[in-house]
Design a binder for this molecule. Sequence first.
Ligand code: ATP
Ligand code: MG
Length: 481
Amino acid sequence: MDRQWTIVTLGLSQAEQALADRVLGAHYRVLQAELPETALDLLEDSDADLLFCAQDLPGTTGTAFLRTCRVRFPEVVRILTGELSEGELVDAIGAAAVYGFVPRPWLAAQLELEVRRALENRELAYRHRHLSRKLKFTEDILERSAQTPADERLSFHKLLYCSPRMAELCNLARKAAATNLPVLIQGETGTGKELLARAIHENSERRDQPLMVQNCGGMSDELLHSELFGHKRGAFTGAVSDRLGLFPAANGGTVFLDEISEISPAFQVSLLRFLQEGEVKPLGSDRIQHCDVRIIAASNRPLGELVSEGRFRQDLYFRLNGFQLIIPPLRERPDDIPVLAEYLARKYGESINRRILGIAPEVVERLKAYHWPGNVRELENEMKRMVALADNGEYLTVANLSPHLVDLKPPRVNCQTCLELKGETLKEKIEYVETELVRQALQRHRWNQTKAAAELGLSRVGLANKIKRYGLNGRGASRAG
Ligand SMILES: Nc1ncnc2c1ncn2[C@@H]1O[C@H](COP(=O)(O)OP(=O)(O)OP(=O)(O)O)[C@@H](O)[C@H]1O
Ligand SMILES: [Mg+2]
């Protein structure tokens, strides 16, 4: 007990009060009130723990008074004493919710026992409430952390990953974000080029200025010129008013030029000039305007190859290529698939009010075995479809998978290479294989040790021992993976 408990007594006879002072006063602070009003004042001021009240009170009954106290001081335990009929006792238990009743005349031991039990019970109830709240809080945190990336290293703005290649790429992108240099992002369709461009903008000092996006594919030079540099009224047929180009509009911010490989040789010259001078001249205008924009360009065709084929200017390629970021296709980073699949399923589930408990391991196996020509966008569509087919509060199972994914089998590990000893001892080889398998399982489950242990067929303690033994940790895993 950290502090001394306080008991307020009300309406006791002199002899009873003397007994209470002797028996209870040895352990608790006892405050005496003769009138209900005095008792209320004491309850108000003394931070009392227990009210010990007689049934016969001046102008009221103990039951009626305790009923008032139940509302005003719900934390104070109520014990009643006196001579009560059965009906009065039922009323006291029901309406005043008394914890106990001590019939007159009292026995000292009984009084002490009743009071001690009441106070201990109150303390237990309090601790139980406190711990439940704490537990609920912890559960909420755990649930939230299962929904969001476990730590910052596994996400770059909205881009999620856990594979070593993406970790390396995002580290480079973070460095690029801190500069003003142009960035060239390359990758197959749906790999997240636009998402990466946004992440770079959001991590740069330009984040409070606009990010403007221009798709350069399928645009005539005139239209593209007018979109990016602007035009004066009457500059060409259909130019009915002045138009502010994207470059001046994004002044201070970033312009994302998507499908840059599609621009004509003539427009490549205009863009190169802009990159060299930082100046724009709207179509049909003589006024030159200076703009400070950072260019991020993207292409799903390898620009370097187009340069060697003479289809893209080398000088422009070098200009755009301040930082070159190549996003690997999803099939080359299978470690990202479970993380992305779970995130996308949850995200879509939430948007249609459907709670998804998780993804069955057989589904994850198949998702990892597929070659994903449409990359993350295709995975996103597959997860949307699966969630739409699943019921609320269910796991996503093979039954929800698209037919072309159902028959896929996980690729066989090349056991021959795996079994060769390349200069190491048998013990070293086995430890290496074990470390890798444990590390990959942990990564797949985003360091949820319970899930990883279940997949590896280990106890949690067994897994913890291996983590310790091989010096694995979340940070190392994310650096390495
Ligand atoms: N690492 C990732 N984490 C979360 N979502 C991702 C990730 N990569 C891609 N996505 C999602 O996949 C979809 C496709 O991404 P995005 O549009 O950036 O790809 P893209 O490379 O620009 O595609 P395209 O070449 O077809 O223009 C988007 O919905 C995006 O949010
Ligand atoms: Mg895109």
